[in-house]
Design a protein around this ligand. Structure first.
Ligand code: SF4
Length: 332
């Protein structure tokens, strides 16, 4: 019988690594599939991730999928709601599995596998939710959870004998003792922290995500990446500002200058300020006052260039700096 072929939803976390090892032990041909959240810079190379290094060490070839607008639209309006913060975990999981299923169909693989464990996470991994995710992902019968397979309904590859159900596992619950013991057995000592959620679960980032989703209709992956750099301020209902904090962040703005709605570029030593939104005089005045604050300068002699999508549109002076109270009121 030809070896079974599977697509493994891979993250570099302990569970997905153990899932890979359990399937490799049956000589199953596996391709890892890793989704890259839009918080990463557009020019980010996933091969530099620690998870990529781990995949190489366990012999797993990984196909990377950068999440774009369809994912952002889903995160903005997730049918199953959010977790503790702005993390749309259930819909995120379904989306990842659907994307992995596309690869399964393209490559003629037999199933999609995940490292999910029954009862491990409060919302997305309760047994009824795992069953619901199977239905929603559209690959009923072909979604295999090797770590909990023996306590779940058999899948088609198990029923047809492509995958030996007896050699899959029956783990359930929040503890990770069994997985850690297996990792030691397999000689795996480094893996991504099991407790770490993604940036949607971060207090500061989720506040910025909420603000972005609430105020702007047109959001792309660059907007999501920009949430991870600079200081963020809401200038008006339509316009937000991001003040760079160092040379590295200046360079990031520089790379995408023709995609930034408005950029304030000081002709003196000061931060770059990127604006998102259709700007108006109030927003520009507030952004200039932020510039005065962060450059610790003031006066019409200090000139700021205003660029719209990389093109200079005017040159302005520096007003008085924004006060402490105004600054805190605008901070996102
Ligand atoms: S923690 Fe983040 S990446 Fe993981 S399922 Fe939830 S939203 Fe998606």
């Amino acid at each position: 019988m030809p070896a079974a072929r599977g697509i493994l939803l891979y993250s570099g976390g302990l569970d997905s690594v153990i899932a890979a090892k359990v399937l490799f032990a049956q000589n199953i041909e596996l391709t890892g599939f890793q989704c890259i959240l839009p918080f990463y810079p557009p020019d980010f190379d996933p091969e530099t991730l620690p998870s990529a290094d781990l995949a190489r060490r366990i012999g797993l070839e990984v196909s990377y999928h950068r999440l774009g607008r369809d994912y952002i639209d889903l995160a903005r309006n997730p049918p199953h709601g959010y977790g503790k913060r702005m993390n749309p975990c259930v819909d995120c999981k379904i989306h990842f599995i659907r994307k992995a299923a596309e690869l399964m169909r393209e490559t003629g693989a037999d199933f999609v596998a995940t490292g999910e464990v029954v009862g491990q996470r409060p919302m997305s991994q309760m047994k009824h939710m795992l069953n619901h995710i199977v239905k929603e992902s559209g690959i009923e019968g072909r979604l295999l959870r090797p770590l909990s397979a023996q306590i779940l309904k058999p899948t088609i590859p198990e029923e047809t004998g492509l995958v030996d159900r007896a050699r899959l596992l029956n783990i359930s619950g929040r503890g990770r003792g069994i997985q850690m013991a297996l990792a030691r057995e397999y000689g795996i000592t480094q893996y991504e922290s099991p407790s770490g959620g993604c940036l949607f679960t971060d207090v500061g980032i989720s506040r910025r995500v909420r603000d972005l989703f609430d105020h702007h209709a047109d959001i792309d992956a660059l907007d999501m990446f920009f949430l991870t750099i600079g200081r963020h301020f809401r200038l008006t209902g339509e316009v937000k500002a991001i003040v760079s904090r160092n040379e590295k962040e200046n360079n990031e703005f520089g790379k995408y200058i023709d995609r930034i709605d408005y950029l304030l570029e000081p002709q003196f030593r000061g931060p770059l300020i990127a604006l998102k939104g259709d700007s108006d005089p109030t927003a520009i005045d507030r952004a200039r006052a932020l510039m005065a604050r962060y450059s610790k300068l003031t006066g019409a002699d200090y000139r700021i260039r205003l660029l719209r999508r990389g093109q200079i549109v005017s040159e302005l002076g520096l007003p008085d700096p924004v006060s402490d109270i105004e600054l805190e009121a605008m901070r996102i």
